[in-house]
Design a binder for this molecule. Sequence first.
Ligand code: SF4
Length: 181
Amino acid sequence: MLAELLLKWPLIRQIRDRADGTGAEAMSEATRNLRPKHDGAEVARSICPYCGVGCAQLVFHRNGRLIGIEGDPESPISRGHLCPKGADSFELVTNPTRITKVKYRAPFGHEWIDIDLDTAMDMVADRLWQSRERTFDQKFMHTTAVAHLGGATLDNEENYLIRKLFTAGLGMVCISNQARI
Ligand code: SF4
């Protein structure tokens, strides 16, 4: 009985397995049955939203719920690594204190109010179009009243579309994509 118990002791099993070269039995049944939290989950490939390095991410989800975000080992840029900011992307999405409303203060107003993102985007689009209509120069076919300043996370494809939409579509000439890194 005692010998049986001793043989189940991981230390004894480790020594014994090392001696016979198997090594596998040093792991308990419970440890052997442990599975990663994203085991069997669906995965989508994405890019870290924070900076222009563009590290690749694997986004694990199951039944419409985000499970985890990790570095993509197949990325030639980051090879599975993420810096502390990128490694915290999961919390960026799931943190209950995440800000989901837009702060808006009306012209001449004194109070900030919360509005939802769709409303804010409609307001931006309306103002952009009004400014463009008011200032469009028919002779030169452009407006200098509206400008665009990009961010470091914009990639080549996004900058291409921005350039197309804002110059050919809206006639804007003041565009900086901030591709300087
Ligand atoms: S993981 Fe870090 S270095 Fe990579 S893109 Fe994100 S913020 Fe930049």
